[in-house]
Design a protein around this ligand. Structure first.
Ligand code: URP
Ligand code: ZN
Ligand code: ZN
Length: 476
């Protein structure tokens, strides 16, 4: 009888800490041994392949209801299939509270949307748009105990934004209970004012989306988010950071010992404002917030990744089809930029883009790649060490990379339900050959091998960083 259900032989195994040559023995869906010459009932020969922990995409939007009649293209089936094909084995999308809605009701609705569909494991962040007494006093504490331990709050978008006082209330809750707050940092009044001016001047094409949300708008809000977190003395994570100016604020705060975590996304490394400046409505494909910046901004985002300002590299997959009256054309092809649904797809391309242009291009160490894409998000959101690493007892969520494969990226090779990729035509080195989730092959050399519904909901622990507060005491 074999010792293991599955052995992956002869691979190079990389975690955030180490790279080693060993076999991986899997029993009951978990890593059971890391050693030489293991034998298993089934074996996969990983000679020439690099093995990393399955990616944890801790910021993606799947089948999230919207208030404007638009519809996300990916549900939990297509979104998680695409994720698995791109080497991601855990996703954390958002159960979003509409203003006036019970948070518990939003979570229940989101579970219904996920049921029977996911092919990989998933947890939920919450989006809090209405932090009233009932929500902060009753619903959130109970949800926290049930494994919803992180939430996103917005400083912009009319239907989601909180004012500073509300943000303080929410951060105060996060400190008390040890939850992790994620903040979308853009100054809403500046955006509204600039948008009005642009519209009055007839500047409504997609490219003006970027004009309406320039870097100072992100910088100011980032600084304010940092200040509010400092007042409460609570760790926060600033999501989808795009600009040099915002990065500088975060570096400054981290240098002062504040527990400010930060995330960036592929669009800020590989897209620029030029991608919004295309004829007619074409630029709508790349309308997302914050917007891609000038090309000269991209090296600063790379520096933020290599130099440790960023802990997390997520996709912010927000999938709207281009040629679709419920997608980017929701308000028509003449629609002003402010009516274009915000977001771009990237759940499948997140890891290959960073692997190719970061690791293979020599910008990023392999351990940094693993930390940014799997280990850190698992730690920050309370899923570690079950997810995010390759260690005895961890779920056998693994990606077997073919680091030698050269390819030209096309939307036709992707599995999301979106009719474009903003990265069409990029040449990449390396792609996931096999992805395993809890020891089961879900992506096998070009074939999707996973049944919808096999993915499990993951209740999250209280995030680890909450324990390491500054200890300087709050200001109240
Ligand atoms: O444009 C974006 N990023 N859309 C998704 C929603 C969000 O704010 O993350
Ligand atoms: Zn956001
Ligand atoms: Zn997002």
């Amino acid at each position: 009888m074999s010792d293991f259900d599955l052995v992956i032989r002869n691979g190079t195994v990389a975690t955030a800490a180490d790279v080693s040559r060993c076999d991986i023995g899997v029993r009951d869906g978990k890593v059971a041994a890391l050693a030489a010459r293991l034998t298993g009932t089934r074996e996969i020969d990983a000679s020439g392949l690099l093995i990393t922990p399955g990616g944890v995409d801790s910021h993606c939007h799947l089948d999230q209801p919207s208030g404007d009649g638009s519809r996300m293209a990916d549900d939990f089936r297509t979104g998680t299939i695409a994720a698995a094909c791109g080497g991601t084995t855990t996703v954390i999308p958002f159960a979003a509270q509409a203003k006036g809605q019970s948070l518990r009701a939003a979570v229940e609705d989101y579970h219904k949307r996920a049921a029977g569909k996911a092919v990989i494991d998933y947890a939920f962040h919450l989006i809090i748009s209405d932090p009233n007494e009932q929500v902060l006093g009753q619903e959130l504490p109970a949800l926290l105990r049930d494994g919803y331990t992180s939430f996103k709050i917005y400083m912009t978008y009319d239907d989601l934004k909180l004012d500073d006082r509300q943000i303080l209330d929410v951060l105060d809750f996060a400190r008390r209970e040890g939850a992790m707050a994620m903040i979308h940092a853009e100054n809403t009044d500046c955006i509204a004012w600039l948008t009005e001016k642009l519209e009055a001047a007839g500047r409504t094409a997609p490219k003006y989306h970027a004009t309406s949300r320039p870097a100072p708008v992100e910088r100011e809000a980032t600084h304010r988010a940092i200040t509010l977190a400092e007042l409460i003395d609570v760790p926060v994570l600033i999501v989808h950071v795009s600009s040099r100016e915002a990065i500088e604020q975060i570096r400054w705060a981290q240098g002062r010992g504040l527990k400010i975590y930060a995330e960036t996304c592929p669009q800020y490394l590989f897209l620029s404002e030029e991608d919004l400046d295309l004829p007619g409505f074409e630029g709508a494909r790349c309308v997302c917030s914050p917007p891609p910046r000038g090309k000269a901004n991209q090296p600063f985002v790379w520096q933020g990744l290599t130099g440790g300002v960023f802990q997390v590299f997520s996709s912010d997959h927000a999938p709207f089809r281009f040629d679709d009256p419920k997608g980017k054309r929701n308000a028509g092809t003449e629609a002003p930029f402010k009516a274009v649904p915000n977001g771009i797809p990237g759940i499948e391309t997140r890891l290959p883009l960073l692997f190719s242009e970061g690791v293979m291009a020599g910008r990023l160490e392999l351990g940094q790649f693993v930390a940014l894409t799997a280990t850190n998000p698992a730690k920050i959101y309370g899923l570690y060490p079950r997810k995010g690493t390759i260690a005895i007892g961890s779920d056998a969520d693994l990606v077997l990379w073919d680091p030698a494969r050269k390819l030209t990226l096309t939307n036709a090779m992707l599995h999301h339900n979106v009719d474009y990729t903003p990265y069409e035509g990029m040449t990449l080195t390396g792609w996931p050959k096999i992805t395993l989730s809890r020891g089961e092959v879900v992506w096998n050399d070009g074939q999707v091998a996973a049944a919808p519904g096999r993915g499990r909901f993951l209740p999250c622990d209280l995030p680890k960083p909450a324990a390491s507060r500054l200890g300087r005491g709050a200001y109240y």
